[in-house]
Design a protein around this ligand. Structure first.
Ligand SMILES: [Fe+2]
Length: 371
């Protein structure tokens, strides 16, 4: 049986020794950043979004990153952090400004701290003003900085709640961020119009609130007259973030199976779970009839509907039982899983690695007797 090729983290990092990924949550316009030191495979993730946990975890697992910490630039008002879920899944530390006073923080952060991952580190700089606990994280070589909501692309975070203060934000931006090298790339906490990064030089020149010839008085006058609506998720987001994103007991409905979600976005199950629950589920094989009846064999009791016929024959699939879709490698069954989910089927998952992995793990396959 073919064994999946081992991933080279260096290759995934484009040949460099630092892996960097920018992820985005379209619902809240939030950026999440994953950084990893290639030689040690240790990494950190910045500003995760609760609803995107499955996606982020899948990427970390697929890349084989040992996550040291899930850190937040501040206690967000517009989304709940995925830090607690990340801690539960990987054992990583949960980092947030000590000043935020949130529960479940195992890495309380303050100005001057260093967050080490392998041979690299992030310097913690206090940049209050949007909230009183805002932090920015500066990479050791000052080539990139993660400014949270203190400094956005051609903007900055609002100052009208969470102990915000425009004078304080002016000082934070000018003393802690715009003093970085001109070439330092700035990665913001949010954007709502498709802009994803900027640089110190650009913001110093073009930020309409504080760049060019703007003075502190101009900046404060601008910030105090924004008249923004209250963020609509604040009543759920802030209490959630004060628990570091730990769900309340009532939030956790038991799942029908321990689904893993691939970075491609599909629910997957392992052969081990499928074997243990074979009596309670339907196994749908979407290979051709030749393969199903051929020497590769099939899972006993599985239902054959070849992928090209699936749409027209979906009424043949029993309802009321969870469905696990299989094929040779997990590729055609991934497509079938996607189709079934799109058609409204709820309890459906792909067999990770397909029947190849099933056989490689030593689970039995029936071979049709030849006439
Ligand atoms: Fe914020």
């Amino acid at each position: 049986m073919a064994v999946a090729p081992a991933l080279s983290l260096s290759a995934a990092a484009g040949g460099g020794c630092l892996l960097f990924r920018q992820l985005f949550d379209g619902d809240t316009g939030t950026f999440t950043y994953l950084l990893a030191d290639v030689p040690s495979r240790q990494g950190v993730i910045i500003d995760t979004v609760f609803e995107q946990h499955g996606r982020d975890l899948a990427l970390i697992l697929e890349l084989g990153i040992e996550l040291v910490a899930s850190i937040d630039t501040h206690a967000h008002a517009d989304h709940v952090t995925g830090s607690w879920l990340m801690h539960e899944s990987t054992g990583c530390a949960i980092g947030l400004a000590a000043a935020a006073g949130a529960e479940n923080v195992s890495l309380p952060l303050a100005h001057g701290d260093s967050i080490v991952f392998g041979g690299r580190s992030l310097e913690v700089r206090a940049t209050p003003g949007h909230t009183n606990g805002c932090l920015s994280f500066v990479l050791d070589d000052q080539s990139m900085a993660f400014s949270g909501d203190a400094l956005l692309v051609r903007g900055c975070g609002r100052c009208d709640f969470q102990q915000g203060n425009a004078h304080t934000l002016w000082s934070s931006i000018n003393e802690q961020l715009l003093t970085l090298p001109d070439s330092c790339l700035l990665y913001p906490g949010h954007d709502y119009t498709g802009r994803n990064l900027t640089s110190v030089a650009e913001e110093r020149a073009f930020n309409p609130r504080l760049g060019g010839y703007a003075s502190e008085r101009d900046f404060v006058g601008h910030m105090e007259n924004l008249k923004l609506p209250h963020p609509h998720k604040i009543s759920e987001a802030l209490p959630g973030n004060m628990r570091s994103g730990k769900p309340r007991a009532v939030d956790t409905a038991p799942a029908w199976a321990p689904l893993a979600r691939s970075y491609a976005g599909l629910p997957e199950l392992t052969p081990t779970w499928v074997v243990a629950h074979q009596g309670e589920i339907t196994i749908l094989d979407v290979r051709s009839a030749e393969e199903f009846n051929g020497p590769d064999g099939r899972v006993a009791g599985s239902l054959l509907i070849p992928l090209p016929e699936l749409e027209g024959r979906s009424s043949e699939i029993p309802t009321g039982r969870p469905l696990v879709v299989v094929c040779h490698s997990g590729s055609r069954s991934a497509l079938a899983t996607q189709q079934l989910l799109k058609a409204g089927r709820k309890q459906v998952a792909n067999l990770r690695g397909g029947l190849s992995r099933w056989a490689a793990e030593g689970y039995p396959l029936d071979v049709a007797s030849q006439a």
